[in-house]
Design a protein around this ligand. Sequence first.
Ligand code: PMP
Length: 427
Amino acid sequence: MNSLETIDQSAMLPESLRADFPILSGDIINGHPLVFLDNAASTQRPRQVIDAIARVYERDYANVHRGIHTLSERSTEQYEEAREKVARFIGTANPQEVIFTQGTTGSINLVARSWGETNLRPGDEILTTVMEHHSNLVPWQQVTAKTGATLRHVPMTEDGQLDMEAFGELLNEQTKLVAVTSMSNTLGTVNPIAEIIAQAHAVGALVLVDAAQSVPHLPTDVAAWDCDFLAFSGHKMLGPSGVGILYGKEALLDAMPPFLGGGSMINEVCLDGFTPAELPAKFEAGTPPIVPAIAMSAAIDYLSAIGLEEIHRHEQALVKYAYEGLSQIDGLRILGPAPEYRSSLVSFAFEKIHAHEFAQVLNDQFGVAVRAGHHCTQPLHKLLGISASTRASFYLYNRPEEVDRLLEGITAVQKMFAPRGRKRRAQ
Ligand code: PMP
């Protein structure tokens, strides 16, 4: 078992911040305190975010951009302030470039449908990678099928990093867009986004970054990266579900047709046509996720007060500690690269135990919540020669003792399932 001495204690955030998260002290699973290691799927919320939600509903709620009355003015003001906060958080000075969507999936579909269907022709190429979440694969499969463009995939190296040599070879004058994750939700690999963007721009291609996993854990700077589109979700960064962001360069968004039609996205409507509104309203048809957006800005305040660099250091230490502990367990295969090339999560597979069975026992008998399955990366799992894996993913509130609990649980569950052929016994 790991010894607490081997973790970089100086990188750890204060344990006291756990008190901000009611669910972490409230939830007991079969008598075990909750060890929540499923943060890559969705994180928990601090009191500050929960309070922000209650505050809007109790004091300020009305529909936005519509009423002349006080409550509508208040909620509109807070909704637009949230947009400004998101803009600053990801490194753009222009809030018009920030579109509220339902989440990463909504953001990517917006670009695929609006930009893709308008700009792609037979012969054009979209370049994505073998490590993408289905959200950054299926929309491109759909749009290439519709437009006759071709979808190609950047392979990865043996250790689960993007094969940058192959990327360079696949890029060509036909490449119109590179759609790539900044951090794999299965391998944990952090991809060299600035370099990918520079190379893509050199052949005239745009880049969409699926930043669902990196924005919550690493500093983001769309201006420094010269990023064209960036997509991420509120619920993976302490915010509520139902809200996400599409960042796009103003000139690109300006030139794109609206994706959804309805209220709010128009300038003028007559019976046989309409003129679209300016940015960002053009892409926010209907009533937007008002309260989730405002609460997402409270989550950004919380993260910013701690600092993304500090959060990253904390998670790096936990991941390294978990990686080292997992490496010592026989019959367990860690997916993806060494700790220095990854962030905040580690997935693994067993030769003889199915991930679902494993995760169930880990939950029921140890209170450890991990994710089991294909994590919406079926093609990647197929490439790895497995149908499912188990993923432990960390956030700022996780502690080294929780990694120990995971390792302890894994060892015990393995014993329960082995040796093969012997009747399994409940603990
Ligand atoms: N991309 C990545 C890399 C993800 O991890 C996820 C969430 N698992 C998504 C996209 C989709 O995010 P959402 O479900 O919030 O739209």
